[in-house]
Design a protein around this ligand. Sequence first.
Ligand SMILES: [Zn+2]
Length: 90
Amino acid sequence: MPITEVTIIRRCAHCRYEIGTMTVKKDNMRLMATEPVWCESCGAEAPEMRDVAERETTIESEQASYPGNPPVADVSAAEFRRRRSAGIDV
Ligand SMILES: [Zn+2]
């Protein structure tokens, strides 16, 4: 599954108060908002600014969809053997 959706964080452009998040298709991603939004922190309408949220969860789910051995398990198994051979209790 290719990454097709991104999470956008909507913030008040005045105080960076997080108004909310939205998930959009990457193809339709628009970081420029035209309508002002209500900011609770300012107590007024304010221009909206948008940031792309951290994509860790998206990347994680992409890796999980791959068949075969998870790379993390291989690393920990190698580390386990390394510690055993070094005489470290595991
Ligand atoms: Zn604000």
